[in-house]
Design a protein around this ligand. Structure first.
Ligand SMILES: [Zn+2]
Length: 475
């Protein structure tokens, strides 16, 4: 007589929940004892599943075993005997990929928006986003605190890699930015970021002086800090790469580096003869395939990644035409958060007909530019730019939309998947984000094959974060 049976027979059935717990305990016990009385070795067994590895390679009929928060074994179905596990998920005909990384999000919007930002932690998990790269905001203490709680399993959410506050010039556009207006400011800024323990340095381009911008990147590089940023148009892309930047956010700056008139346009920007948006048409007109190829080769040789953020580009360039009022994700946002969307909406609606049309053309150009970068072998990162003020770019769903855009630009679904977890972790130089023994057990189980259609990343059956199956009902 096994102890489990005795307990069940002798105990009065008081509540259904107790009954269920006993039945579950009994069935797991029987399941593990059916043939040989072996102790379960592992916590979780995902049975008979099609694995999609970090490079987008499909491995058929595999068994994946998880112990605590780590991949303990990956075994081919052909092999005769399988280890035991406490819990078994039968995943026949389903697809298992690594948890997604959204490589560009923001937690921001001031104290009033802390509850909404915190709620997004659940939202990310619900959409299979188990890691996010926070690209700077004004909620750094909260972000660092959430990250600690998530790591300690006292709160649910994605792993957050954060830049902390952005570096910009004095009187910067975004709240919470650190102002750099002198050489001493650079030292102070990097000291304080290192004290905070941020994962990388994020630079913005609203007011920072070009020379100080380049010096900041070089100083960060010297300290062994990874940097990523926008780029003031008063410097060239070549100078920025040479200073040691690790990643370029958005494609405006890449476009600038592909022009055969970059030096001339840079000079016009410096003197104020030309503005940022006004320069776009001149840059498109002077796009030179030979210059582009040498720029791409330079990016690749220096291991500089590019985050195209195509989805937000598509949303913002069509704000004048698309009605988002019935978007299901919109209904879940607080009124205060939704109010941050109004600024971009107003300026899109107020733009001239020419400006509206140019914005759409620019977006089209960026699609081609993305594929050119991909073909040249430049590391691309999938990032959505979700966060307050970025109208209708909703946390969670938006990284799936970014993957769709990358495929629409010309990447294969396997290449698109690489831009999320593999390239994201390579850029930040962090390990464990691969489908191999010892890897972090952050997973998404899908009903449909994303290699056949990238939109199938949305057919989520369940999400596993740090080895734990996430309750589907979280919002
Ligand atoms: Zn951003």
């Amino acid at each position: 007589m096994v102890p489990g049976l005795q307990t069940k027979n002798n105990m009065p059935m008081k509540t259904p929940s107790l009954y269920h717990i006993l039945i579950l305990g009994l069935s797991l016990f029987i399941g593990s004892c059916a043939h040989e009385p072996k102790e379960p070795l592992y916590d979780l067994h995902i049975k008979d599943v099609q694995i999609i590895d970090e490079k987008g390679k499909l491995l058929k009929e595999q068994h994946l075993f998880i112990q605590s928060d780590t991949f303990a074994a990956i075994i081919d179905s052909e092999e005769a005997s399988l280890p035991q596990a406490r819990e078994v998920i039968d995943a026949k005909d389903q697809f298992l990929m690594l948890g997604l990384w959204d490589n560009h999000v923001h937690f921001r919007g001031g104290a009033d928006l802390i509850p909404q930002n915190k709620k997004f932690l659940d939202t990310y998990l619900k959409y299979g986003v188990t890691t996010v790269r926070d690209a700077g905001g004004d909620l750094t203490p909260e972000v660092l605190n959430w990250n600690k709680q998530i790591a300690a399993n006292t709160a649910l959410g994605p792993k957050i890699y954060t830049s902390g506050p952005k570096i910009d010039g004095p009187k910067a556009r975004w709240a919470g930015s650190i102002a750099v207006g002198s050489q001493q400011d650079i030292t102070n800024a990097l000291d304080s970021l290192q004290t905070l323990g941020v994962d990388y340095v994020k630079l913005y381009d609203s007011t920072i002086d070009g020379t100080l911008y380049l010096k900041t990147i070089a100083a960060a590089h010297e300290r062994g800090m990874i940097s990523s940023g926008h780029m003031p148009f008063s410097v060239t892309l070549g100078q920025t790469v040479e200073a040691g930047i690790g990643n370029i956010e958005h494609l405006y700056y890449i476009l600038k580096g592909c022009s055969n008139k970059e030096a001339e346009i840079t000079e016009q920007i410096r003197t104020g003869a030309l503005g940022f948006w006004d320069s776009m048409q001149a840059l498109i007109d002077s796009y030179d395939p030979a210059v582009a190829q040498s720029t791409f080769a330079n990016l690749k040789a220096n291991n500089v990644c590019v985050t195209p953020t195509l989805h937000i580009g598509s949303i913002l360039s069509n704000l004048d035409q698309v009605d988002h009022s019935q978007d299901p994700q919109l209904q879940e946002l607080s009124t205060a958060f939704k109010a941050t969307y109004q600024g971009r909406i107003n300026s899109a609606l107020a733009a001239s007909a020419t400006a509206k049309s140019n914005r759409k053309k620019l977006q089209q150009f960026f699609m081609t530019l993305t594929q050119d970068l991909n073909e040249a072998g430049v590391c691309l990162l999938a990032g959505s730019d979700a966060g307050a003020y970025n109208s209708y770019v909703y946390p969670g769903i938006s990284i799936h939309k970014e993957l769709e855009q990358l495929v629409a630009a010309g990447l294969s679904p396997a290449q698109a998947l690489q831009t999320s977890s593999l390239n994201g972790s390579t850029f930040l130089n962090v390990s464990g984000y691969q489908m191999q023994v010892g890897g972090k057990a952050n997973l998404v189980l899908l009903d449909k094959n994303p290699l056949r259609n990238i939109s199938n990343t949305q057919s989520i059956a369940l999400v596993i974060q740090q080895g734990k199956v996430i309750d589907k009902e979280i919002k």
